[in-house]
Ligand binder design. Structure first.
Ligand code: ADP
Ligand code: MG
Length: 345
């Protein structure tokens, strides 16, 4: 590195994106929303197109020593569909691009594509293209998802208002605990050097499933529509609740109070945190890969939200001066910091 050059880790992922994209302004009327939300929004007319893309690299995002290729294919599609649902849209198509090193056989890639196929069937999307290339080392998968939504139904990260309620679907921290568990068993198996080593995941199946086979929350979007709830802001929880709350707060120019005792955590997640001697709430707030939906709704819809089966109330939106805080069980207010997943750390 030359003396006048900067390590990427000094800026971090978001800082880097901000820096490299700051001089780009949209010049086309059909670019409704560019960088900065779960999807870009484009198109003329009432029905808009949503686009999102994600890159998965072996050794960075997945470890094939414990991730089956079929699961990987499924997950690569699902994490993109999650971003389309996070705009309150319906995914319609995907493209899948691959970089493949010499280590992989036809059978390997066919297995990966079995997962892609199952995800397409399950979520009703069409595989419409991609690209395939050799790679020097490892496997690379890039998926782009394309969806649609009526313009007046699209929910951005920027629409939260003071006094809105904050909700999150499902439960948090389980995928992270699943990863810890898979990583631990991998180490044990490496130490034992026993080819027949069978990891024991009894009682921890939910954690493994959340890590290896996440689902995109189409059901949450459907329940919101059925109950007539109109979210003001929404995004999916991929980097951890803390990080996502900060995104909504920043883009909506608001603060928030989220209550520790309202954070949804599964029993298996709690047991695993205890076993690993980790702080449970920290893991749930920062673990990431939950692919749940975080959204805000007007206070007047309190009654409707309390009827939801797929999501629960975890806090409220405040004026920006009040900052973004977690309210602990003993009523302390702790500023929320993003400790979520960062590829450049
Ligand atoms: P998400 O976590 O929802 O997938 P990201 O955090 O990956 O979103 O990205 C944040 C925003 O920055 C998105 O709008 C994304 O399209 C954009 N973005 C990410 N990397 C680049 C890049 N290299 N060039 C242009 N835009 C980018
Ligand atoms: Mg997202």
């Amino acid at each position: 590195m030359k003396p006048n050059e900067t390590e990427i880790s000094t800026l971090g992922e978001f800082g880097l994106i901000e820096k490299i994209t700051q001089n780009f302004n949209s010049r086309n009327d059909s670019t409704i929303r560019g960088i900065g939300d779960d999807c870009a929004v484009i198109g003329q007319g009432e029905l808009k197109t949503l686009i999102t893309t994600d890159l998965l690299l072996e050794g960075i995002h997945f470890d094939l020593r414990y991730v089956p290729l079929k699961h990987l294919g499924y997950k690569a599609v699902v994490v993109n569909l999650s971003d389309v649902y996070a705009m309150n849209g319906t995914p319609r198509q995907v493209t899948v691009s691959l970089g493949i090193s010499k280590r992989f056989t036809v059978e390997h890639i066919a297995e990966l594509y079995e997962g892609v196929h199952i995800a397409c069937e399950h979520y009703g999307v069409d595989l419409v293209g991609g690209d395939t290339s050799a790679s020097v080392t490892g496997l690379l998968i890039s998926v782009t998802a394309i969806g649609e939504a009526r313009e007046d139904k699209i929910v951005y990260r920027s629409g939260a208002k003071d006094t809105d309620l904050i909700c999150v679907s499902g439960d948090l921290g389980a995928a992270y605990m699943g990863l810890q568990l898979l990583e631990r068993e991998r180490q044990v198996s490496a130490e034992q050097q026993d080819a027949d080593f069978e990891p024991d995941f009894a009682g921890k199946e939910y954690l493994i499933e959340r890590q290896l086979k996440p689902e995109a929350r189409r059901d949450v979007i459907e329940e919101i529509a059925r109950l007539g709830i109109t979210p003001t802001a929404m995004m999916d929880v991929s980097d951890g609740l803390s990080s996502e709350l900060l995104h909504i707060a920043k883009q909506s120019k608001v603060g928030c109070r989220v209550y520790e005792d309202r954070i949804p955590i599964d029993y298996q997640t709690a047991l695993m945190a205890e076993e690993l001697n980790m702080n449970l709430v920290t893991a749930a707030m920062n673990g990431g890969e939950d692919y749940e939906l975080l959204f805000t709704v007007p206070l007047a819809q309190h009654e409707l939200v309390s009827q939801m089966k797929t999501a629960r109330l975890i806090g409220r939106v405040t004026k920006p001066e009040l900052g973004t805080c977690l309210v602990t069980r003993d009523d302390n207010e702790i500023p929320i910091r993003a400790q979520g997943w960062n590829a450049f750390e």
